[in-house]
Design a protein around this ligand. Sequence first.
Ligand code: CUO
Length: 672
Amino acid sequence: MENEQKQVLDMLQRPFRLPTRKEEDHPIVFEVGTRVAGSQPPPQPLALARSIPRGTVFSIFVKSHRLAAKELCDYFMETSSVTELKQRVDEMQGLVNESLFIFALSFVIIRKPEMRHLRLPSIVEIFPSMFVPVTTVSEMEHEAKKSTPDQEIIVTEYGPEFSSTHLKPEHRVAYWREDFGINSHHWHWHLVYPVDLGVSRDRKGELFFYMHQQMLARYDMDRLSVGLNRVQKLSNWRIPIPDGYFPKLTINNSGQTWGSRQDNTLIQEYKREEFGLLPFDVSTLELWHRRIMDAIHQGYLINRDDNLTRLTDNVKPPEKRGIDLLGDIVEADSYFSLNSLFYGDLHNMGHVIISAAHDPDNAHRENLGVMSQTATAMRDPVFYRWHKYIDDIFQEYKLTQPPYTAEELSLSSVEVVSVAVESRGQKNQLITGWSTRDFEASRGLDFNADKPVIVRLTHLNHHPFVYSIKVVNSGSVSKEVTVRIFMAPKLNERGVEMNFMEQRLFWAEMDRFTHDLKPGPNHILRSSTSSSITNSNDFTFRDLEKQPNPGEPDAPENTLFNFCGCGWPQHMLLPRGKQEGMSFELFVMVTDWSQDKVAQPDGACSCSAAASFCGILDALYPDAQPMGFPFDRRPLPMLLNRHVERTSDLTRLSNIAMQDITITFTNAKITQ
Ligand code: CUO
């Protein structure tokens, strides 16, 4: 097993040892002028996979690239051992686009049952140039060149100012947008919830909505922390986008730079050739949007045979919830969509047209912008404006759904008496600050150095904390329950307490777990590091070389590590907060596990790391409630004879409790 892990690490780092040395090892020869007129070139094996040039953008937002990925994934999937896989990897090395290659190889290692014990190292080390700017890469090169023989490693620091200065207000959240962890998470999420790759995941459409909505909620919490307003949806595509973005990164470690967008760039007709797309402009997006909105308000979708499918969330499996159908329709033109000819490719083509706004017809031969790739898109402020627009569609639908009834919300035999968080002896006071994390950039980039070249990345972090929840079970037997924990800011931009509807979209899921309540009083202690949204298993090449099977090798979560590797970064679990302290509210709801439970197929793994955001591999999403419950719908007009105006009104139900907490940002280095 150790040997197999070594082979995987070797496959993942070798192809990217650019620049020139690889070209010499694997020269690419172009034949010119030898073909007899009229003769056809012999069909090339894996022609689609080879069609995306190296050093250019590989985008899973585009159908032709997804088909290329499918071809390569299928080719790798045919193998039955790591050794066989390595042969095919050797064969394709240097022939396919670098990002496509890593995507396909990672996909196969995750999906092949016999390879699930193997681990993928962090994408940051595979593609350092997608995470640190070209000036830092040059600095590393320089440091490597002048290093002395007695130096064991070379370290270059990057952050915390990231790609910008604070002259522009949007740059105050650069630390968040350019965090290596959230960008790795986004890459990984789209890898485990792929479109058009022959993988069908339970409630994929709904999780597309929910995971992205939750990222927006978290972004908005940090925006309020730094004195910015909530993100505004990008609804008018006919006026310029005020905020530009200059990524300063290179594509696939190739030295080719991503396109930059100036401030006040207007989205124009897309007329580039690299994706094989016909020209399209914003009127196409508007048409798709109108049709989707019509469907939401009419309450049904029309499939290709003119049959109507009802849009409602009040259905029992296997019938799909309306939000699941909508998620598939909005995300992509794929076989998951009920009618992609009619409802189009709204979300994906938005990514594409925005990423080409700086050079829509390729007149300047500029590459696409970072919005075109999942590992980089979240760096750009427009990503959030675009996704807010997409989320608005889902919210429009959710508001057509009836509010949850008191019966659906309550669990009368259980009383949540109190909830608190504790960290370093302080109650309800949490602390954030800066930490650093080292990555070995020389795994992905060739610095021609005989020692590791490290990039030290600055990131937000917090002191770990523990939830302390006191619950009374008034029944005479023990009861299995789901504990749902959310957090939201208490005050809006104006410093005013929010009503339920205003606060609704701020609620960020912090954790969700099951607990067996014994009769009488119970005291639940739960560590922040156990959160169901986070993944703490983010290993480097070095970690995996030193200890190929971190943790207990036989633990179920280890046999499915790569999948469980999906998840929000633990260091970004908390919003930044303010230096003077910022008020947040903690919301805890206990529901009946017998109602929430999902019958899993035989042999499904019990891996629950990051299950809230990433589901479970080859199993059903482990919660029967709609994602985002209970905040996904408008509130019940009357609850126990009084209006629900604020979220705190829900605490009239015995199974719900809230607590004010303060998050203080130290602006200093913190260690865990
Ligand atoms: Cu994840 Cu738009 O879907 O980026």
